[in-house]
Structure formats: structure tokens, C-alpha cells
Design a protein around this ligand. Structure first.
Ligand SMILES: O=P(O)(O)OC[C@H]1O[C@H](O[C@H]2O[C@H](CO)[C@@H](O)[C@H](O)[C@H]2O)[C@H](O)[C@@H](O)[C@@H]1O
Length: 413
């Protein structure tokens, strides 16, 4: 890739529109979240026949080709970087803002911890990245927040000491008791002398005897001693999970999966991934001339399921329940479960410093929550300008790894 000449780079990002906002950090509470952040929330795509064209446009818009033509595009990039500076370049500003607070780390998976690849089943993360995440998790409560189903994302990450929020936050489980029961009783504050491990589960209790719904060996789960703020869904079998707000949709999602898989089978390259509480219809490997056919098949199935809605990720159409739950709500829930806020919005846990790193449209829901709370740091992984509610940027998973390592070094120092 060169900065000069007309190099066209395929990328699944939404091209930036001037955000009309200059960099300010820490972001002011609520102010600044405004219209842009509302617009960026994982949007529901209208399923009406009249908007099929715009639906297809939306699929194309999520996969623009970036023209890197100096100097105009460089200027646009520079302007964007002023508003969303590198979290590595401004590491000292992040560390200063976190000083005296308790860091909690939230990490998206695809495009953040692993590079985007054609086959979703091969999106593995490197051992170096795993070590970096392990290092962070030894010092701060750390959660993976992914659109993938919990078992799948766990099979990639393979670290038992983390919290996992699968299915876009609709399936939340905690670390094993064994992997975390040797640290301080509260998360260390930045700048405080620290024990290298943590155990900051203020109002969370572990049920070591329970296995997860997946039966995943070696993983124990937990429930809230103070009750679940997740529609009261923690009961019976659910005692083994922290939060599953969309449980009632499981049979419906299963049916929709079968119908969709049968419908898109005939479209070369299309693939439906069952993410338990949501479904992903991948069109990355579909000839662009057939994208309309993918959209049409998805629409046909969704007509039978008015309680399911459609959102969009990186060359993927995502079908999920029509409940008000997303990665932002998962972040809120986990902060509350960790004792950093009341959960009812009355107290946003000002001593917490959540760092959320993600690359996708669905991560904007979490960035928006951080902006609204005027708390922590949202970091967008992108090498191209995009509209975002994040404060900072990192170019790719390799920079994410460097940032995580720096966080560990800084905490150790
Ligand atoms: O929230 P995330 O962890 O980022 O998960 C979002 C979706 O990621 C995966 O799809 C994306 O990555 C694939 C592998 O690199 C790529 O082939 C695909 O085009 C991307 O959309 C995953 O397969 C989906 O289930 C997740 O919803």
C-alpha cells in the first residue's frame, strides 16, 4: 500500500463523514455523544420491500474501496487522526486519565484480537496476542465482547481468567474460580502498588459446582448475589450464567438458522453462522453481483420472524432478537457486576476506567456508553477514517497487542 498514486484498497469500513468534533479527552459526560453516536449505534436495517435498494446500498457502504490518493485523502486522514489520535502515541494521556482509577478492559474479538480473514472458522489469534491478553487479565478485570457465540470465541481465546460476553453481549459468563482466586480483593488502582493478579468481583459470587450451559469443561460460571439486572433471567439452569437476556428467543433463532441455511445454500460463498442468540449471514466470499440475492433470502426469512431484527457488521448481516441489548448494555452490565456502578444508572462508578477496544459498527454501542458516562477510553481499530464515538484509534490487531503490552508494563511500573 502506498500513499501516492491511485491505490484502491478494499476495506469494510464505513467511510468517514466529517464528525465536526475535535479531540477532547477525557470526553465530557453525555455532551459529545449526541447525534453522531446515536446514528452510529448498531442500526436496525429496514426490511420493507421499498427499501431493498437501500439495504443493498448499506451492504456496499460497509465495504467501500478506499482511494488513497495524495494529498486529499492524506489530509482527510490527518484530520481524522487529530480527532481520534493513536492510543499508542497518546498512551501517556490515557495513563494520566486512568491514574487513581481502576482499569477494566473490554476487547472485541474479530478485527481486534485477530485479523479479518475470509473463513470465519479460521480467525485464530496469535500466541503473542494471547500472552498480551493474559498479561492484561492478570492485572485488570478483562472481558471479551464478541458477536460470536460464547463457545466459539472461547475456543479461539482459550483463557479461563476472562469474562466472556458472546452473541453481542447476550450471553455473559465469568472466569473460573480457580483461575482468579489468588489476587487482591479489589482491582488495583493505577499508580497503586499492586499484586500481579486481581479479584475485583465486589458483588459477584461463584458457583464452582456449576458448569456452563455449553458444558465447556474447566469453565465455571457465576451469578450475581445482588440479583440480575438482566430481566431477572438468572434462575434454575441459568444459575450457571451471569446474564442471558434473550433466552426465550433460542428456539426462534434455531428455526431461523435452519431456514436461512437452506435458503442461502444455493448462493456460492454465502455462509450462515449460528451464534446461539444471533445469526451471522456472511457475504465476504459472495460475488458482489449476488449480494442482492443474499439480502433477498434474508429478508424472506425475516418476514416470518417479526421479533427478530437485522443489523450489519463487516461483510455480514446479523440477525438478532428485538430486545434492547447490545455490546453497550453488556459493558454496563459487567461494570455493574464488578461493583463499579449501581446498574440503575444512579451511580456510574467514577473510580472505574473502562478501556474498550473494537473495530466494528457493533462496538459503537459500547463507545457510545463510555461517552455518555464521560468515562474511560474507547479505542477504534481502523486504519481508515470512520465515523466513530471512540476517542482514540489503533491501526490493526498488531497495534492492539502493543497497546495491551504497554498497559501491562505501565501497571507493573
Ligand atoms: O464482535 P466480533 O468479535 O468482532 O464479531 C463480529 C463477527 O465477526 C466474525 O465475522 C467477521 O470476521 C470474520 C473472520 O475474520 C470475517 O470472515 C467476516 O467477514 C467478518 O464479518 C464472525 O464470524 C461473526 O459471527 C461475528 O458476528
Amino acid at each position: 500500500m502506498t500513499k501516492h498514486g491511485a491505490v484502491v484498497v478494499p476495506e469494510d469500513a464505513v467511510v468517514a463523514v466529517a464528525a465536526g468534533r475535535h479531540f477532547s479527552f477525557p470526553p465530557p459526560r453525555t455532551a459529545g455523544a449526541g447525534d453522531l453516536c446515536k446514528k452510529l449505534a448498531a442500526q436496525q436495517i429496514d426490511l420493507g420491500a421499498a427499501v431493498m435498494g437501500s439495504w443493498l446500498d448499506s451492504m456496499k457502504a460497509s465495504s467501500p474501496r478506499h482511494r488513497l490518493m495524495a494529498p486529499a485523502v492524506d489530509a482527510e486522514h490527518d484530520e481524522w487522526m487529530e480527532k481520534h489520535p493513536s492510543a499508542l502515541g497518546r498512551f501517556e494521556a490515557v495513563a494520566a486519565a486512568a491514574k487513581g482509577k481502576r482499569i477494566v478492559v473490554f476487547l472485541d474479538y474479530d478485527g481486534t484480537l485477530s485479523p479479518i480473514v475470509e473463513d470465519p472458522d479460521r480467525a485464530v489469534m496469535t500466541d503473542e496476542m494471547r500472552d498480551a491478553v493474559r498479561g492484561v487479565a492478570a492485572r485488570f478485570p478483562t472481558a471479551i465482547v464478541s458477536g460470536r457465540c460464547l463457545d466459539k470465541v472461547f475456543s479461539f481465546v482459550r483463557l479461563e481468567e476472562l469474562y466472556y460476553a458472546g452473541s453481542h453481549g447476550m450471553d455473559i459468563q465469568g472466569p473460573t474460580a480457580a483461575s482468579t482466586h489468588h489476587g487482591p480483593t479489589t482491582t488495583p488502582k493505577v499508580g497503586e502498588k499492586q499484586n500481579p493478579t486481581w479479584n475485583g468481583r465486589v458483588n459477584v459470587s461463584f458457583h464452582a459446582a456449576h458448569v456452563s450451559l455449553s458444558g465447556q469443561p474447566g469453565r465455571r460460571c457465576m451469578s450475581l448475589t445482588g440479583g440480575c439486572c438482566c430481566n431477572g433471567d438468572v434462575q434454575g439452569e441459568e444459575e450457571s450464567v451471569l446474564c442471558q437476556p434473550a433466552r426465550e428467543f433460542l428456539p426462534m433463532i434455531g428455526e431461523a438458522y435452519a431456514a436461512l441455511a437452506a435458503k442461502v445454500e444455493a448462493i456460492p460463498g454465502a455462509k450462515v453462522e449460528n451464534n446461539k442468540f444471533c445469526l451471522s449471514v456472511h457475504f465476504r466470499c459472495v460475488d458482489e453481483r449476488r449480494w442482492g440475492a443474499v439480502a433477498e433470502q434474508v429478508r424472506a426469512v425475516l418476514r416470518d420472524y417479526p421479533r427478530l431484527r437485522l443489523t450489519q457488521g463487516r461483510k455480514v448481516l446479523e440477525i438478532r432478537p428485538t430486545i434492547k441489548w447490545d455490546k453497550g448494555e453488556a459493558l454496563r452490565f459487567l461494570l455493574s457486576a464488578l461493583g463499579f456502578s449501581s446498574g440503575d444508572g444512579a451511580n456510574d462508578g467514577d473510580d472505574a476506567f473502562p478501556i474498550y477496544i473494537g473495530d466494528d459498527r457493533t462496538d459503537e454501542d459500547a463507545f457510545r456508553v463510555l461517552r455518555a458516562r464521560g468515562q474511560g477510553a474507547g479505542i477504534l481499530v481502523s486504519r481508515f477514517p470512520k465515523d466513530t464515538c471512540a476517542s482514540f484509534s489503533l491501526r490493526d490487531p498488531s497495534e492492539v497487542k502493543d497497546f495491551l503490552r504497554k498497559l501491562v508494563t505501565c501497571a507493573a511500573a
